[in-house]
Design a protein around this ligand. Structure first.
Ligand code: IMP
Ligand code: MG
Length: 177
């Protein structure tokens, strides 16, 4: 099947959107310490960019976890498996889970429940992209940078069959029929 990548959100726009969300986080977490949890691999670019704009007055620590996702298909299986757990305890910490995209909500609803059981002081969700039209499980998203239509998107950490994560912008995969 042939396809092309059509630009959707440009590099500068992505960066500016992330900067604005970081400002909101800076206001909300003033006087606190912040523990960011990135969901591998998609959230890496977003988490890196976001964390650069967190105020130096807010001490930031980071950890990563990996859960099973789509594989080579663009259709969610609904099956979530922890491939790599956190290195550190989150008990008593103010935690923000950083994700690339909330699509069906399967991954995040499972992950947030699991993390809640470990009793962080607070637990919020920050996503680069939200595709609310696809939601199957309700997820409370605290910070969204961009809401996107029901299209398969790549770039800025998001992949299609493990490719295109390193695109500096967000594009839509358009399949020829
Ligand atoms: P969920 O359907 O909300 O559980 O999303 C699971 C994962 O699927 C996300 O974290 C992404 O890694 C991946 N995903 C969902 N939609 C897209 C997309 O449009 N492009 C690339 N990956 C996606
Ligand atoms: Mg992901």
């Amino acid at each position: 099947m042939s396809y092309k990548i059509v630009p959707l959100i440009g590099e500068e726009e992505v960066r500016e959107g992330i900067r604005q969300v970081a400002e909101k986080i800076n206001e909300a977490y003033a006087g606190k310490e912040l523990h960011l949890i990135g969901v591998l691999k998609g959230a890496v670019y977003f988490m890196t960019e976001l964390s650069k704009y967190i105020s130096q007055d807010i001490p930031v620590s980071m950890d990563f976890m990996s859960v099973s996702s789509y594989g080579a298909s663009t259709v969610s299986s609904g099956v979530v498996k922890i491939v790599k757990d956190l290195d550190e305890s989150i008990t008593g910490k103010d935690v923000i889970v950083v994700e690339d995209i909330v699509d069906t909500g399967n991954t995040l609803s499972y992950l947030l429940e699991l993390l809640k059981d470990r009793q962080p002081a607070s637990l919020r969700l920050c996503t680069l992209l939200d595709k609310p039209s696809r939601r199957k499980k309700e997820v409370k998203v605290d910070y969204t940078v961009f809401t996107v239509p029901d299209k398969f998107v790549v770039g800025y950490g998001l992949d299609y069959d493990q490719r295109y994560r390193n695109l500096p912008y967000i594009g839509v995969v358009e399949f020829d029929d």
